[in-house]
Design a protein around this ligand. Structure first.
Ligand SMILES: [Zn+2]
Length: 158
């Protein structure tokens, strides 16, 4: 749940809400399929996976679509990969020359191929999304300013 006193977090939720209209999160079935395909292991390090990472980071226009998602452990997902390209990160985890790198890279590529390739938002949709978010954020700021200067709740006579 959003921290309702944190404007930046509210705006991120607005952005997520708008984005879900054109790029929804994977369904429960798609999530289950991804975890089964990777045998419930982190696609990067092989540890037990409990997150669904973005192969191409959201900050680099990576979609929420299941073709761009792979199971990851919490260390790889939250602390280590960040905005790195998945191929570069995989190499960091496995070492440049290892057979493991080849096996894991092929597995991820097969996952992407089987989903019809990495999906992405068309530029025009992305532009509309950014405009919509900017507009909502401005309206939110304006309403917030007005309300900060308005009267607070007061007791009323019964
Ligand atoms: Zn991992």
């Amino acid at each position: 749940m959003a921290d309702l006193s944190n404007p930046a977090q509210i705006k991120r939720y607005i952005e997520k809400g708008l984005r879900s209209l054109v790029d929804p999160e994977p369904t429960k079935e798609e999530r289950a399929l991804a975890f089964a395909f990777f045998s419930h292991q982190c696609a990067y390090c092989g540890n037990s996976a409990d997150h669904l990472d973005h192969l191409l980071a959201e900050s680099k226009r990576g979609a929420n679509h299941v073709s761009n998602r792979a199971p990851a452990c919490s260390d790889c997902n939250a602390k280590q990969k960040r905005d790195l390209d998945w191929r570069d990160f995989l190499q960091l985890k496995c070492g440049a020359e290892s057979a493991l790198l080849e096996i894991r890279r092929c597995k991820i590529e097969q996952w992407i191929r089987d989903r019809g390739g990495l999906h992405a938002l068309p530029d025009e949709t992305l532009r509309l999304l950014e405009d919509g978010h900017r507009q909502c954020a401005m309206e939110y700021d304006a309403a917030r300013t007005l309300l900060k200067n308005a009267g607070r709740i007061v007791p009323r006579e019964l």
